[in-house]
Design a protein around this ligand. Structure first.
Ligand code: ADP
Length: 620
């Protein structure tokens, strides 16, 4: 007996002891594997006439032995395949166990532990398989956690038979149902109707005996599924449940997608697309391992499982299938990349996705915001990548938090609600809404009735810089020293105050040295000081570059401006000290600087000096 790999053991354990109520999905998983196995051979059969093209999946029920068998005449597995595929779980599965309390539903959802799900209903599973082109057949047997055996065996033709020996009935779970022909045929119709190969089963029926009143039983093989792939059906024939079922089985994501798009495009290039916007990013979505792509079919025949070229990176989250009769079947992958038709489809798909996302913004805002929370980062990436080559297409898909309303708004909505006399779009960067709310400059801008976009992602400011303008309105950071708000009178007054305090601000600048590039007065409401910047590099950019930790030859630093509130008592206090006690004034200047830095989320080198000053003040 061989042991399962540790991870597989734990998945098995979860399956065997699963209280997951939807145990019936195991059948769909086995059928889907069978269909994949046939797909692999089907593709080869296009160029190899030796392959029997009578592809099918056969279900056999045995009431006495309480067993159900799913057979296929697909590619089959050799000894090595059996060990590798059924002895271990796909490596991505290992990730799952970082989370101790993974729920089975999620597990199946994220990793499609397809084959193993049969252990939800089985006390023993046998897999008899013969690989196409091989002489030998092997039998793999397992009764669950203890492990499995593989022995040499006999099988007439290539393909795989998977036999599930049902568990004993338990309270509330009637495993016998899985050998009842009508129950099983309903399951096939419910979950596997679109499978492209016939799923056949012997059905026992009764009929009147000829020339007599008696009834007799007879057996007839029936094809249970319609075999029409969902995307080939009329939209009116497909329910949301059908769409979602197809999604779940094809992409192993059991969370309902946020939206599906079923489009028949006729034009330069004709194709059918069934696209889904998932509710959750897969675990590896933001890693290098993630592979985007849509399944590509030519007239219902799969030519590529994940065709990357159909999706731009920033729509990499979209899942789905594309079926076109304008593509050649025997095309190789290398040639496919150059294919003009394929490029035309990609261009058209991108447009379709953009328009569908815009529609979603209009008619299903709640789900759009969910989608943006999951995938907004890639859309933003699309907007600033390549010097903003795609910014015009993507700018209307962006949403940011409105400081006024505390909800997500688009740039168009911001502009629509601009106040009279407002000429720019204000934004503020910070870690979270509370912190941004607490910024002096934010309060000030809001006090004028202007809304402020709250930018919480590192990349947000780069995105706005790349857009440069929206609807001819420039973007303006509230931390920009030249915020330039207020009436002409107010501005004049500020200027006068600045002139009469120039000796003081010069002194403070001198005291702070090159920690700041200048010191200025401003109106800051209740806040004594704040930090702003002048020049090209914003405070946020400095933080982003620092966080990247890549040794850049020239540190990217903002030219910081310490702004002191002209209306605050602290100013007259400093004024007094300027006339009486320069040493204390220097200390206070430094304390205010530290406060401003900390409020902005910067680190300060000499914290102990600051604490000493605070204590000194407290004990005075
Ligand atoms: P998944 O289907 O998600 O890869 P499974 O655990 O369901 O995961 O199956 C593991 C692997 O075992 C499959 O990828 C496939 O290579 C192989 N396999 C399963 N069932 C069959 C089958 N009926 N015929 C051939 N290979 C199969």
């Amino acid at each position: 007996m061989k042991e399962f790999k540790t991870e597989s053991k734990r998945i098995l354990d979860l399956m065997i002891n699963s209280i997951y109520t939807n145990k019936e999905i195991f059948l769909r998983e086995l059928i889907s594997n069978a269909s994949d196995a046939i797909d692999k051979l089907h593709f080869a059969s296009l160029t190899d006439s030796k392959i029997d093209s009578d592809f099918k999946i056969t279900i056999t029920l045995d009431k006495q032995a309480r067993k159900l068998t799913v057979s296929d005449n697909g590619i089959g597995m050799n000894l090595d395949d059996l060990e590798k595929n059924l002895g271990t779980i796909a490596s991505s599965g290992t990730l799952a166990f970082k989370k101790e309390n993974e729920d089975v539903k999620e597990l199946i959802g994220q990793f499609g532990v397809g084959f193993y799900s049969a252990f939800m209903v089985a006390k023993k599973i046998e897999v008899l398989s013969k690989a196409y082109g091989s002489e030998d057949a092997y039998l793999w047997v397992s009764e669950g956690e203890d492990g499995y055996d593989v022995v040499k065996s006999e099988k007439e033709s290539y393909g795989t038979d998977i036999t599930v020996y049902l568990k004993d009935n338990e309270e509330g779970v009637d495993y016998d149902a899985y050998v009842q022909q009508y129950f099983v045929s309903d399951l096939v119709k419910k979950y596997s109707d679109y499978i492209r190969y016939p799923i056949v089963m012997d059905m026992t029926k009764s009929r009147k005996k000829e020339g007599s009143d008696e009834y007799e039983e007879y057996t007839e093989q029936e094809t249970l599924n319609s075999m029409v792939p969902v995307w080939k059906k009329q939209k009116s024939e497909i329910s949301d449940e059908d769409y979602n079922n197809f999604y779940a089985t094809t992409f192993y994501d059991f969370e309902k997608p946020l939206r599906h798009v079923h489009a028949n495009i006729e034009g330069n290039v004709s194709y059918t697309a069934l696209l889904y916007f998932p509710a959750k990013a897969p675990m590896d979505f933001y890693s290098r391992e993630f592979k985007k792509g849509l399944s590509l079919y030519c007239n219902g025949v799969l030519i590529m499982e994940k065709c990357e070229d159909l999706l731009p990176d920033y729509f990499g989250f979209v899942r789905g299938v594309v079926d076109s009769s304008d593509l050649s079947l025997n095309i190789s992958r290398e040639i496919l990349q150059q294919d003009r038709q394929l490029k035309a489809i990609a261009v058209s798909l991108e447009k379709k996705i953009v328009s569908e996302l815009k529609k979603m913004l209009e008619d299903d805002r709640e789900n759009y915001e969910k989608l943006f929370a999951e995938f907004g980062a890639t859309i933003k990436f699309g907007a600033y990548n390549n010097y903003g080559a795609k910014k015009d297409e993507l700018k209307d898909l962006l949403v940011f938090t409105s400081g006024k309303e505390k909800k997500q708004i688009t740039l168009a909505e911001y502009v629509k609600n601009m106040q009279e006399g407002q000429s720019v779009i204000y934004y503020a960067c910070g870690e979270n809404v509370d912190k941004i709310d607490g910024m002096a400059q934010v309060e000030r801008v809001k006090s004028k009735g202007f809304d402020v976009l709250y930018l919480k992602d590192n990349v947000d400011e780069f995105v706005l810089k790349t857009l440069d303008k929206y609807d001819d309105k420039a973007f303006k950071s509230v931390s920009d020293k030249d915020l330039d708000i207020g009436t002409d009178e107010e501005k004049q007054e500020m200027e006068d105050t600045a002139v009469s305090n120039k000796d003081l601000t010069d002194f403070i600048k001198e005291a702070l040295g090159n920690k700041v590039s200048s010191v200025a007065l401003a109106k800051l409401g209740a806040h004594p000081v704040c930090l702003s910047y002048e020049g090209e590099v914003s405070l946020e950019m400095e933080k982003v570059f620092k966080a990247m930790k890549t040794a850049s030859p020239m540190p990217v630093e903002a030219k910081k401006v310490l702004q002191i509130n002209a209306d605050h008592a602290i100013l007259s206090k400093m004024r007094d000290l300027f006339n009486t006690d320069h040493e204390t004034l220097k200390k206070y200047a430094n304390m205010l600087y530290v406060q401003a830095m900390l409020t902005e989320g910067f680190e300060v080198d000499d914290m102990s000096g600051y604490f000493a000053s605070v204590c000194e003040l407290m004990t005075k």
